[in-house]
Every structure is written in C-alpha cells, then in structure tokens.
Write a protein that binds this ligand. Structure first.
Ligand code: CFM
Length: 541
C-alpha cells in the first residue's frame, strides 16, 4: 500500500515521516497536517487535510498575497477598466498584469490590459496620508483614458495608515461620472491570495452585477472563474457558440465591465475555478435564482462532460441534439490531433502544484494522454477544494477567515427568476449536476500523495526521491525544477503558449507537453542521481 504505482518504489508514509523529521518540532507538527497519503476505498473518504491556514514564516512558499488575488487574479482581467494600485510602487507588482490574460476590445476600442497604474506613494504620503494623491490619480485616469470603470486596490501600507479609499472612490465617482470601485485588499488581509478573491467577489456583486436589466435568449449562460489565460475563454466560447448557446459574460477573462452589469440576466452559471469565484456563484443564485454547476473545460472528456451538464440543465431536445453533435465532431478532431503525441507520453509521471484549481483540472487531460498524476497539491485552496463541498459546514473559522466579510444576500423581490422549476432543480442537485463539487481527491484515489501549500524543500525532496517526468508549477520554481534535469510546465501562464482549454486547446497541450518531455536537451542536462552519488551532510549540535 501507499506506493506510487510505477517508477521507483518509495513508500509514501515513510517519505512524509522523513521530510517532517527534518523540521523543528513545532513546524513539523504544522506541516504534517498539510500532507495526506490517500488510502484506498472507504478509508480514503474520511481522510482530512489542513488548508487555508497561515504559512510557517520563513518557509519558502509558492503563495501570493490578498492584493495579488484581488487585483492580479479576479479584477485585473476586466479589460475596459483602469485598475489603479494604491501604494508604494514596490508593493504593486501586480499593477503589471503578468499571467497572460487576454482581452479583445469591443466596439468602443477600449483596452487597458497592457497599462500599469499606480499612485506610487512616497514617504511623505505614508506619513501624511495618500488620499489626495489617489483622488488625483483617479481624476487623471478618467480624463486621459475615459475607461468604462475604475478600480482602486489597497496595498498593505494603505491599510496601515488608514486611507479611506472607499470615500475617495465615492467622491471621485461623483466628480468624474465614471463608476469607481475600491477594494480593501491589503496584502496582509488573509493567509494567501484566496482572501483577495473573496473581497473581489463581494464588491463585484454589490457594485457591478445587476445594474442593467436586459432580456436574453433562452440558452444564455455565464462562465465564472475562467480567466482567458492564453486564450482559453475564446476556445470555450467558440464551442458554446457552435451549440447556439450565448455566453453573456465570463468572469473575468476577456470581460468587459458592461457585460458584467448585465450578467444576472443569464439563466445558468458555469463555475470553472471553484476556489476563486464560488462566492459570486452562490450570491447570484440567492439573489437572482441562477443555478450553478461546477465544470472543467480542460481535456476533451471533461469538456464533453461539462457540455452535457448544460444539456441536462436546459433539458431541450433540440439543444441536446446539437450539443451531442458538436461533442462528437470535436472529440473526434481532438483525438486525431492528440494521437501523434500519445506514444511519447505514455506512462509518464507528473506532479502538479498549482493555485487553487488547476492542480485538479489538469489531471483528467493528463490521464487522457496516458500520463499518471502521482502527487498533487494546491497553494491556497480550502478543504472543500480537496475533499468536496460537503465538508464546508465542518471547516473551522479562524482569526484569518473571520477577517473577510460574508455578505448577507436575500432573494430580489422582482428579479429572482430561476429558469427551471424547484422539482427539476432538486433532481439535478441529487444527480450531482448542480451546486456540487467533489474536490480534487475524489479523482486521485488511493496510493497518491497530496501536499497543501508545498515548500521549496519539500518539492526538491520529491523530485530527488520520486524522479518524476514532469512537474507542473509556476515561475517561482520552474527553473529550480529544471536545474534538477526535470522538465517543468507552468500551468499559471502556460509558458507563452495556449489556449489549453476545450477541444483545440487539448491538442495544443499534448503538443507542448510532448515537446517539453521528449526534448533531447534533457539528455544533456546532468541529473545528479544518474551518474554520481549524493553528498549527504548533517549538522551536529
Ligand atoms: Fe483559480 Fe486561476 Fe487557479 Fe486562481 Fe491563480 Fe491562475 Fe492558478 Mo495562477 S483563479 S485558483 S489565484 S484557476 S493566477 S487563473 S493559474 S494560481 S490554479
């Protein structure tokens, strides 16, 4: 038991004990709770993991901050808005949007994706307050760019000195006539970027969604938690359009502010990244009666499964036929496209450590390529993203999670209009189609290892002991991994490639992974374990 199916025989339990034994006792106790060796069958279902708690100070984590989650992740991709970072420029790394979100300007030709806006606070502003500087920045942005709306994002110093960014936003909205949304997303607000997602969701829900009523065709959906990295959203939209389904808005990849204002007129919400946007999905359901379903657009099988959820929801024979015809055609094309790469990928073992959803989303496409995901983990996900939504009532609220506001939402007296009746809704819920997410480890099964908020030293040990064929991660560790002679694929920004979602995306993905793993350059990289013994050292106290 507890052995990764193929490759070197390493007992997972003893591997965990070993890595933990290297830490000081307090750290060891904490880190142990973030590592789970999945047991087979029933026993595996009752296992739990610790997640969304503070990272041990000093450990090299992959996590980002609350500001990164709000500005960088959820709000930044809205293309016709100007996003202003309020703070010293050194705190504003995500003023420069760096994860390859793409946006095409609408008829108004407004697209500010490549601009960076920051108030660049100086010592003087930190001491005497930065509100005037912020007001001036909003004024200038409004005059020069005339964006659809403006967002203001607080960095740590702003919270520490107490600038009232919400009052400034209100005043400037009045003065400029342009909507201004302020986000109190100071980096320290939560234990990771996850807090910033929640703050962003709350504000979008109260200040943008629901502003404009506009009747929509029968088959109209929103896609939530899809950020158009490398053009993913465009491929997904292409497929839905082919089925004659209208995608009204995509939060927030390739998103226009005006589409967001109308988004409550859609009939159905599809949730791609559960972690970053489940709050908005739930609030839209409570207020407007829009049901939601968890989907996965990565890999032909998952894409087809997600499309069938849409067919089940609308329950219309003609639409179902259309969806099935599109699936048949697209799956066949995708399979043809993937076929030439299968031989080079078969049996390769992969480890995935990404964010709060992709370490799960990419597992099925790897299996379709004949590869084996053996170890996985999220940076900042919550227990429900690992164990499934049924654990939500049992999640402990701590000082950090209390920090983030939970909005009280009620049904809108006039606009609460579910597209399906209650009985059918319940049936779909029982079938697991609606309001359900089983989490990562339902798919991983026994004999695998899950590590939450992995540290650099743990990752290095994994590489040395398990010798994987591929590690999926991000820029913070990509080159460390490759210096071990192991290829690394960035699953945050796709290493300058994409799209990877949908049917055509899967072919791109197969091509890129084959090119990466089977690149002759790896034969030239001297992997230390292959031709020389390790030097082991220890410190005697
Ligand atoms: Fe959701 Fe994302 Fe992710 Fe995320 Fe991210 Fe990202 Fe990610 Mo990088 S919203 S949780 S905070 S899918 S930026 S588009 S790739 S860590 S797994």
């Amino acid at each position: 038991m507890s052995e990764i199916m193929t490759g070197p025989e390493v007992n997972l339990e003893s591997w965990v004990d070993n890595i933990i034994s290297k830490y000081p006792p307090k750290v060891a106790k904490k880190r142990r709770r973030h590592m789970v060796v999945r047991e087979e069958g029933e026993a595996g279902c009752s296992q739990t993991i610790e997640a969304n708690t503070r990272t041990v100070p000093g450990i090299i984590s992959q996590r980002g901050c609350c500001y990164a989650g709000c500005k960088g992740v959820v709000i930044g991709p809205i293309g016709d808005m100007v996003h202003i970072t309020h703070g010293p420029v050194g705190c504003g790394y995500y003023s420069w949007l760096t994860r390859r979100n793409m946006y095409k300007a609408r008829d108004d030709k407004k697209n500010y994706m490549s601009y960076c806006f920051t108030t660049d606070m100086q010592d003087h502003d930190v001491i005497f307050g930065g509100e005037k500087k912020l007001a001036q920045a909003i004024r200038e942005a409004a005059q020069i760019f005339k964006p659809a709306a403006i967002s203001v994002h607080a960095t740590c110093p702003v919270g520490l000195i107490g600038d009232d960014i919400h009052q400034v936003a209100k005043d400037m909205e009045k003065e400029t006539g342009i909507p201004v949304m302020a986000f109190s997303c100071e980096g320290y607000k939560g234990v990771s970027q996850s807090a910033g997602h929640h703050i962003a969701n709350n504000k979008l829900f109260t200040s943008a969604v629901g502003k404009v009523d506009e009747p929509q065709p029968e088959f109209t959906i929103n896609i939530l938690g899809e950020y158009n990295i490398g053009g993913d959203a465009w491929e997904i939209e292409r497929v839905f359009e082919k089925c004659k389904i209208k995608v009204l808005s995509t939060f927030s990849g390739n998103m226009s502010y005006f589409e967001m204002e109308k988004s409550h007129n859609a009939k159905f919400n599809l949730v791609m990244c559960h972690r970053s946007i489940n709050y908005l999905a739930e609030m839209m359901e409570k207020k407007y009666g829009i049901p939601w379903a968890k989907v996965n657009f990565i890999g032909p099988e998952s894409m087809a499964k997600s499309m069938r959820k849409v067919a089940a929801f609308f329950n219309n024979d003609e639409l179902t036929k259309r969806i099935e015809a599109v699936i048949e055609e697209e799956v066949e094309n995708a399979k043809k496209g993937i076929e030439p790469y299968l031989k080079g990928l078969e049996g390769k073992r992969v480890m995935l450590f990404v964010g709060g959803s992709r370490a799960h989303h990419y597992q099925s496409v790897f299996r379709e390529l004949g590869m084996e995901p053996v170890v996985a983990g999220y940076e900042f996900a919550h227990r429900d993203d690992y164990e499934g939504r049924h654990v939500i009532p049992t999640i402990k609220v701590d000082a950090d999670s209390k920090n983030i506001e939970e909005l009280k939402v009620e049904a809108d007296p006039e606009r609460y209009m579910p597209a399906i009746d209650e009985e059918y809704r319940k049936r779909l819920e029982e079938e697991g189609v609606l309001s359900n997410y089983d989490g990562m480890w339902a798919d991983m099964g026994g004999g695998t290892l899950i590590i939450d908020d992995i540290s650099h030293v743990e990752l290095e040990r994994l590489i040395l002991d398990f010798k994987p064929d591929l590690v999926c991660s991000g820029i913070k560790d990509k080159y460390v991994i490759e210096k071990f002679g192991v290829p690394s694929k960035q699953l945050h920004n796709y290493d300058y490639s994409g799209p990877y979602a949908g049917f055509r995306g899967a072919v791109n993905f197969a091509r890129d992974i084959d090119m990466l793993i089977n690149n002759p350059a790896w034969k030239l990289a001297r992997t230390p374990w292959k031709d020389r013994p390790f030097l082991n050292a220890s410190l005697n106290s």
